[in-house]
Design a protein around this ligand. Structure first.
Ligand code: HEC
Length: 293
């Protein structure tokens, strides 16, 4: 009697197990972006490379990695599931931010969700449909018409001058030609309003400001306590407190490139930082004294 139910039971258990989305055991992971997204334009897709290291060490495969974004100003929400890449622990997400402005966003690898540094999304180039929506006649249009008229009359006068050999007609053709050239030149100037439509340029960051963003985007904030992030909603397990840390650039260049080369047993992973990223992080860490005050 019991045996009859055994097989279906085992099968059901197997199916149930297969359906469970793999999640990080032990809860926390270090989520690292390949790079900070740059020059992000509203409505245009960008690719974001993500690496997930469980407990900062193990590259985890088969996770469901999701990116979520929220813009407080417009209350817009986006969500995208990342694709897994061949290399273990590596994922890539294609994101489209529909509105310009500042976005809050985070990367979720269940149950770990790490907030990323806020992103400034630029407005796209003004599209043709937007420009024609305005009812106003562009200011340069009358000049364009006048220019075309002068050109036509000038050509006519020149023809007349050639046929009749009249000096007056030559003068008229010359004057009309100059007028036509001047008005065409005027209309070819970019209209004044273009300057207002110009997209906001992302503010240039100082190396220390860039380093502060990288401290989040690379996952340093997950392991370290740092006064610059006190009271902000970043997940931190606080393995090592860097409050009041005195940065020695020469040492940090070696340490951040590969911590295990300095301390073979260290828990700090090699996050494969690029040279420029290391310099920015050093500038940020050297600012520690002022940031903590
Ligand atoms: C998985 C956790 C983890 C991550 C991620 C991590 N660290 Fe560390 N870090 C540690 C631990 C643990 C130590 C203590 C080193 C030791 O004694 O082994 C440390 C030490 C340091 C030190 C002090 C080094 C010294 O010897 O004076 C600095 C500075 C530092 N980390 C910066 C960073 C930066 C910048 C990042 C991001 C790019 C980062 N860490 C990412 C765990 C982490």
């Amino acid at each position: 009697m019991f045996r009859r139910f055994l097989l279906p039971l085992i099968l059901a258990a197997g199916v149930a197990l297969a359906l469970i989305v793999p999640a990080l055991a032990g809860g926390w992971a270090v989520i690292t972006l390949d790079a900070l997204p740059k020059n992000v334009t509203a409505g245009k897709a960008i690719e974001v490379g993500i690496t997930v290291r469980q407990h900062g060490v193990t590259l985890v495969q088969g996770l469901e990695v999701t990116v979520r974004g929220y813009q407080p100003a417009s209350q817009s929400v986006i969500q995208a599931t990342a694709q897994e890449l061949k290399q273990p622990g590596r994922y890539t997400a294609s994101l489209v931010f529909p509105e310009a402005g500042t976005w809050e966003w985070s990367v979720l690898a269940t149950p770990m969700e790490q907030r990323m540094p806020d992103l400034v999304v630029l407005s796209g180039a003004p599209s043709v449909t937007q420009a024609s929506e305005g009812e106003q006649i562009p200011a340069e249009r009358p000049f364009l018409l006048a220019g075309a008229l002068c050109l036509a009359l000038g050509v006519g006068a020149a023809y007349w001058a050639l046929r009749r050999r009249l000096r007056l007609a030559w003068v008229a053709a010359g004057v009309l030609g100059i007028l036509a050239a001047a008005s065409l030149l005027f209309t070819s100037q970019p209209p004044a309003q273009a300057a207002e439509v110009e997209m906001p340029v992302a503010p240039d960051l100082t190396p220390a400001e860039l380093g502060e963003k990288l401290f989040v985007a690379k996952g340093c904030v997950t392991c370290h306590i740092h006064p610059a992030f006190a009271g902000k909603d970043y997940v931190s397990v606080g393995i090592k407190d860097l409050t009041g840390y005195t940065a020695i650039p020469e040492y940090l260049r070696v340490w951040l490139k590969n911590p295990a080369s300095v301390k073979p047993e260290t828990e700090m992973p090699n996050l494969e930082l690029k040279e420029g990223e290391i310099e920015a992080l050093i500038a940020f860490l050297a600012n520690n004294d002022t940031a903590s005050k």
